[in-house]
Design a protein around this ligand. Structure first.
Ligand code: UD1
Length: 421
């Protein structure tokens, strides 16, 4: 298993390229199941999660070819489709559940294993099941699989979700594109990845309004056609790399970054004493002062502070002046990086879904273990600012969500390398 070795060092400077969004690509790819014509995605990120989704779609009957080393993916579902998403693939990644809505819409039935993914809480499927049931699906759980069927296809309906789940919104919207009549989703999630999905579905001929708001209306159509779509910028990779100069000092431009993707996060950086300036090339981030100031953070659905940047933000606040209060409201078990950061000299108290980070002057390098995707990169960020060497093990989590992370960070002056065991 590979590890990442980081040597703490001085200020960083230069440009860093931000990839297409993993979470957008993982919902755009299953959208190919809705049409028998090819869907081409450009600006796809090169990640192991994308390979997992490729394997899953191929197992369902999709033909997939990639160009530019995976940056361009063309998918086609013109032949017979297999309605069964097998546990062996689904267990690797929770986003596999995003094939349920499209398979139901296209075939009228589907059998999808309950998913796996990062161990950051229970992450049930009830909101997906409720949303698709509202469209007329009959779904039951047997042998660890969701068995879903319809009587003569899905039918448009009004549904209000009790929580604005990202995945359940995506499944509902994709399923409703081919349902009979009009569907309305209330309390829909508003994440940019959903706006990107809808933008692609519209290119495929879907009739949808209200994406980016909490009420999405879909007018069902008989069929969708092929399209070409560029994947939106990854706001989580963007936020992660914005933290590199924030933590180490210096000035870095995140190419292609947009303020609208990270507004609430950038507000917290500003309060901590980090400058973020939007320009034609992207977002330029710099730390002028010696230490950042403590800030309080509460994770919320978009447009609030993203849970997927909470671990990385904690790494920054470990060396802030003062005490910061962090509250995680999306996932119930998402402070697993705290004990690892403590091994590096951080002073963190965790009480259930709340953590208090008492800033220390300097972190110290240590051997630490990545426990999930975002936790793994938070340890790398902490290592960049620590005294001495930090060895982060179990980096397969990292490869699920960050492409060429060592290359990208070396490019702005970080001392980082992959150690193969
Ligand atoms: C997506 C993102 C993930 C991000 C999360 C929240 C993808 C591939 N992943 O995950 O990176 O951290 O949004 O921004 O886009 N829940 C239920 N029942 C359900 C579904 C969810 O109770 O049926 C709960 C979950 O346990 C969790 C919360 O709702 O506590 C948020 O989950 P959701 O918004 O569905 O996240 P994902 O779509 O899984």
């Amino acid at each position: 298993m590979d590890s990442i070795l980081v040597r703490g060092g001085g200020p960083l400077s230069g440009d860093i390229e931000i990839a297409g969004a993993k979470n957008a690509c993982l919902t755009l790819m299953p959208a190919t199941l809705l049409s028998d014509e090819p869907l081409t995605l450009t600006n796809a990120p090169r990640l192991s999660d994308i390979k997992t989704m490729t394997a899953l779609l191929e197992s369902l009957g999709a033909e997939i070819s990639s160009m530019q080393e995976g940056k361009v993916q063309t998918m086609s579902c013109h032949g017979d489709l297999n309605p069964i998403a097998d546990y062996e693939i689904v267990r690797k990644m929770r986003a596999s559940n995003l094939v349920l809505g499209p398979l139901l819409a296209r075939l009228g039935h589907a059998v999808v294993s309950l998913p796996g993914g990062c161990a950051i809480g229970a992450r049930p499927m009830d909101l997906h099941v409720d949303a698709l049931t509202a469209l007329g699906a009959e779904i039951e759980l047997r042998d660890g699989y969701l068995h879903a069927k319809t009587q003569g296809g899905l039918k448009g309906a009004v549904h209000k979700m009790r929580f604005a789940s990202v995945g359940a919104t995506e499944n509902f919207v994709m399923a409703a594109t081919l349902a009979k009549g009009t569907s309305v989703l209330e309390n829909a999630a508003r994440e940019p990845e959903i706006v990107d999905l809808v933008s692609c579905l519209k290119k495929m001929g879907a009739q949808i309004e209200g994406e980016g708001t909490s009420r999405i209306e879909i007018q069902g159509v008989d069929r969708l056609h092929g399209a070409t779509h560029p994947v939106v910028t990854d706001r989580i990779e963007l936020g992660t790399f914005m933290l590199a100069p924030a933590i180490c000092g210096g000035e870095v431009t995140c190419l292609g970054g947009k303020m609208s993707l990270v507004e609430s996060f950038a507000e917290k950086l500003d309060a901590a004493g980090i400058s973020v300036v939007e320009n034609a090339r992207g977002l330029t981030v710099s730390r002028k002062g010696d230490r950042v100031q403590a800030v309080d953070v509460v994770t919320e659905p978009f447009p609030g502070f993203p849970t997927d940047l909470q671990a990385q933000m904690m790494a920054l606040l470990c060396t802030a002046e003062g005490s910061s209060h962090l509250e995680e409201t999306i996932f119930e078990n998402r402070f697993m990086h705290a004990p690892e950061l403590t091994r590096m000299g951080a002073n963190i108290e965790v009480h259930g879904g709340k953590a208090i980070v008492h800033g220390v002057e300097r972190l110290k390098g240590a051997q630490v273990m990545a426990t999930d995707l975002r936790a793994s990169v938070s340890l790398i960020l902490a290592g960049l600012a620590a005294e001495g060497e930090t060895l982060v093990s179990r980096v397969y989590h990292l490869d699920r969500g960050y492409e060429f992370v060592e290359k990208k960070l070396s490019g702005i002056g970080a001392q980082i390398e992959r150690v193969q065991s």
